[in-house]
Every structure is written in C-alpha cells, then in structure tokens.
Write a protein that binds this ligand. Structure first.
Ligand SMILES: Cc1cc2nc3c(=O)[nH]c(=O)nc-3n(C[C@H](O)[C@H](O)[C@H](O)COP(=O)(O)OP(=O)(O)OC[C@H]3O[C@@H](n4cnc5c(N)ncnc54)[C@H](O)[C@@H]3O)c2cc1C
Length: 406
C-alpha cells in the first residue's frame, strides 16, 4: 500500500453534489480530492435539468456565459397535455433571479463542465476510476477513506470526508446512519426515440389514456420517461414489447410512428424510484450531502439542484475554517443538515404528496394511470402555478455562493 494521500477535504462521488462541492472547496483554497468510481461522466438516463437555482450559482461563480455555451435547450414554461388538452402548469418568468428557465443539458455535459473548470484550480484533484471502499476511523472519528483504483488500493487522509456517493451510498451504510424511507409508488422506464425537426414543439409531460410520459428534447432524439407502478416491470414484460409500444403511442400519439424503434426490452432502462433521508447527516469528521443524504423522487426534476444547494451550503459553512486549518466540530458539520433539512423535508413532502395524489388512484389495476385533477387545478390557479414555479425553479431556500475565492 502506498503512503496515504493527505488532503483537507476528500469527497466520495463525482455527481452533481460532489463535483460542485469539490469546485467550491478548491476555489476557497481547500486542498480537495474527489473520487469518482466511473471512468467518465457519460452515464445516460440521469437527471438532465439545470434549474434557475443552479444557473444562479453558475452566475455567482462567474461561469454562466461559458456554461450556457454548452449544448442545451431552454425551457421557460412547463406544459402538460391531458387527454389532448394542453395546459401551462409552470411559468418561470416571475422568479426573482437572472436566469428564469430550466436548461436541459445532459448530465455528462454539466459534470464535464465542472471538471474542466475545476482543472483550473490548483487545489482540486478529481480522480476517476477511484472507488471509495471504506471509511478510515481513528478514536471515534472518520479520518479518511480507503479506495480502489486501477493502480491498486490507496488511502486518503482528510480533515473532512464527504459522502456524495448517491442514493446507493455504501459509505452511509458503513457509517451506520439511520435512513428514513418515505416510499414511492412508481418506477420509471427510460428509453429514446428519434426526433425529427418537424416533431411537435417541446411539451414536457403527457397524460393520455391514463398513461404518463415525459419527453425531453435532446436534439436528434427524444429522451422518454414512462411511469409504471412500483415493481411493475415484470408485468410490463409479460405483456410483451408490442403492448408497451402501444402504451407509449397512447400516451404520446406523436410518437406512434417511432415506437418500432423499441426492438426489445433491452432498449428500456428501468430506474427504481426511491425517496428517503438520513436522520443525521454527519458523524465526527464525516458529512453526507445530495442523494446520499436524501434520495429524491424524479417528480419536479429537482434532485440535481437540491444536491447542488447542499454543496453550496456545505462550502459556505465549512470552506473557510477548513482553509484556515481550524478543526471542524460536530456542531459545524451538523449545521449543514440544520440549514438544508427544512428545504429537503418540504420538497420531499410535496413529492410524496404528488406521487400519492397523482399516481396512486390509478395504480389499482396495475397501470400507473394519473389523476389529472391536481394538474388542472395548478394550471387554472395562477397563484398555485407561481408557487410550483418557485418550488421547482428555486427550491425552498435558495443558497447563494458565499465561499471565498474566485
Ligand atoms: C428516474 C430518475 C430521474 C431523475 N430525473 C431528474 C431530473 O430530471 N432532474 C433532476 O434534477 N434530478 C433528477 N433525478 C434525481 C437526480 O438524478 C439526483 O437527485 C442527483 O443526481 C443527485 O446528485 P448526487 O451528486 O447527490 O448523486 P449522484 O448523481 O447519484 O452521484 C453520485 C456519484 O457518486 C459516484 N459513486 C457512487 N459510489 C461511489 C464510490 N463508492 N466511490 C466513488 N464514487 C462513487 C457515482 O458514480 C456518481 O457519479 C432523477 C432521479 C431518478 C431516479
């Protein structure tokens, strides 16, 4: 085993939470190492939405112009079609920030951008193909991470270890922190279908014949998310691919001529929806943020943005003492949970309410039908629409970058 690597902050996971925290820490002069188990950020069928809160953070960091040069499409309003009727549900025009739209950008673009900007910071190292395998503890305190790399096992010693390793976090299991599961009645099947320039304008959600589909414009293809009842994949398989193609065409009639592109179930990527959160987000020397602290439902597409808001809150609170070499106490680490928990709780509460209210009524016969009444209500009551825009666009508590540097 080589000599342990010594840094001030070691982050497990190069997702939105870990990459943003790594950037902010290094920008404040904290010597930081991010470990990412994959060789690249090229993972498909991940959250793609960069909301106004994250655009504001990019602007605060002076990165917005370069960021918006990356391939993306801008969504100013979220529209839904219900049984052929088009409704505008969310309109971001009234938000009190400079960037009032959602940027649809493949997550790998977003993460590559942060990695490239991060390379300009001498204090930041992002190590790919480096999988955190365990916590290193001494005297009841987490003092580092063990990791596996293609060159062999390594150890990293750090003043602060951050678990940003997503909802399947092995570190939170090892830390023995209690997880509160909130449950989700749905799962999602992701797939792509080709897109012609003459295809309809971008409309995000469609609820037709009782089926719910999201279609995201990715230029030459549609990235589609079809909602099914939790654990319902086997039932979908049993009905056969032709039956599934028909459901897709029922949900989004404009896709009818393309569904043959789904040759088999191998073309579908099932994603299990989970909603949970840790009761405590930290132990001495160790902090969890992002999905590792609170897995979000895809409803509202807010997971990336919440993860980034956690990273900003953590950097605002912890970067300065870390950079100055002051020891971080339990109270400092728990301050991140205290700051972010109310927002997390409220957003997860809305997600669970929406899941239960929208989807559960139609689940009895084994199909994830949707009850359109609440969507119609939001569309017809401007105040509710504004509230939805605020929750989706900015979250409950908007974090602004305060950490020194840049
Ligand atoms: C079906 C579905 C659709 C979604 N759609 C959206 C959406 O449209 N918009 C949105 O905002 N959110 C969406 N979300 C949620 C969003 O994907 C997450 O909330 C967000 O990615 C969380 O960011 P994170 O950095 O905390 O975790 P993750 O994005 O999960 O990143 C964790 C990273 O850690 C790495 N890692 C894991 N274990 C280790 C280890 N041991 N060592 C080193 N690295 C490790 C992983 O490879 C990964 O890169 C969706 C979620 C689901 C399930």
């Amino acid at each position: 085993m080589p000599e342990p690597i010594r840094v001030q902050c070691c982050i497990a996971g190069g997702g939105p939470a870990g990459m943003m925290l790594g950037y902010l820490m290094a920008r404040a002069g904290v010597k930081t190492l991010v470990l990412e188990k994959h060789a690249d950020f090229l993972r498909d069928f991940r959250g793609d939405t960069v909301h106004p809160s994250t655009l504001q953070a990019m602007a605060d960091l002076g990165l917005i112009d370069a960021f918006l040069k990356r391939p993306h499409s801008a969504l100013h309003r979220i529209g839904v079609e219900i049984d052929g009727e088009r409704l505008e549900v969310v309109n971001f025009d009234h938000l009190p920030v400079d960037y009032r739209f959602v940027a649809f950008m493949p997550q790998w673009e977003f993460l590559n951008f942060l990695a490239e900007e991060g390379r300009k910071l001498p204090a930041l190292t992002v190590r790919m193909q480096a999988q955190a395998t365990g916590l290193i503890e001494a005297d009841g305190r987490c003092v580092g991470l063990a990791a596996r790399t293609p060159e062999g096992a390594i150890e990293i010693h750090a003043d602060l270890v951050v678990g940003a390793d997503g909802r399947g976090s092995i570190l939170r299991d090892q830390a023995g922190l209690k997880v509160q599961t909130l449950g989700a009645p749905i799962d999602v099947l992701w797939f792509r279908l080709s897109r012609d320039p003459k295809d309809e304008d971008q409309l995000l959600g469609r609820v037709n014949h009782g089926y719910f589909i999201i279609t995201i414009d990715r230029g030459d293809y549609w990235q589609c998310a079809f909602v099914i009842p939790k654990g319902g994949l086997e039932a979908v398989r049993a009905e056969g691919i032709e039956a599934f193609r028909r459901k897709v065409a029922d949900a989004a009639p404009f896709l009818e001529g393309k569904t043959a592109e789904l040759r088999s179930f191998d073309d579908l990527k099932p994603l299990t929806v989970t909603v949970d959160r840790l009761e405590r987000w930290s132990k001495p020397g160790l902090l969890f943020i992002g999905d590792a602290a609170h897995a979000m439902s895809p409803i509202g597409g807010v997971g990336i943005n919440l993860a980034i808001q956690d990273a900003i809150a953590a950097a605002n609170r912890l970067a300065e003492p870390l950079a100055a070499g002051r020891p971080l106490g339990d109270h400092d680490l728990d301050a991140v949970r205290r700051r972010r928990l109310p927002a997390t709780r409220i957003i997860q509460g809305f997600q669970v309410l929406a899941q239960d209210r929208l989807f559960k009524p139609g689940l009895e016969d084994g199909r994830a039908k949707i009850d359109p009444a609440p969507i119609r209500l939001i569309a017809h009551l401007p105040l509710l629409g504004r509230l939805a825009a605020r929750m989706i666009g900015l979250g409950v508590r908007l974090e602004r970058v305060k950490s020194p540097g840049g």
